[in-house]
Design a protein. Sequence first.
Length: 143
Amino acid sequence: MERTFLMVKPDGVQRNLIGDIVSRFENKGFQLVGAKLMQVTEELAQQHYGEHKERPFFGELVDFITSGPVFAMVWEGENVISTARLLVGATNPTESAPGTIRGDYAVTVGKNIIHGSDSPESAVREIGLFFKEEELVSYDKTM
Ligand code: CMP
């Protein structure tokens, strides 16, 4: 079954949006298989955002993601990577549709509430960066 990595960023945690965000993915029908509130270190931030290293906003990105706790999650389900991106909304909040997480809650591209893996390769890489295999729990829904 496909898995993706989602992370409520420091602004989402500060604004008490963890519960709302978790509910959106639960209500859609996806399964939470791992989650933790954590402080991202400078080293982890640089690895996670490695592909943006040459961008002018890289320093800002690392400073922001390390500025306070994040809520890191792994979700499982059919086509969860692309569907989660739809629920998250466009990166730039001026383009994210109402009804999406960023469309409902974000105003700036830097503080855009949540990160979601953009491809199967990114999902594997990001899950591996943030979680140990034993922190992920696969289970069958019986109720
Ligand atoms: P995210 O999905 O976490 O992945 C890369 C992040 O870079 C993206 O969300 C945005 O928050 C951030 N980003 C993209 N473009 C800009 C920009 N022009 N200025 C600041 N941050 C940006």
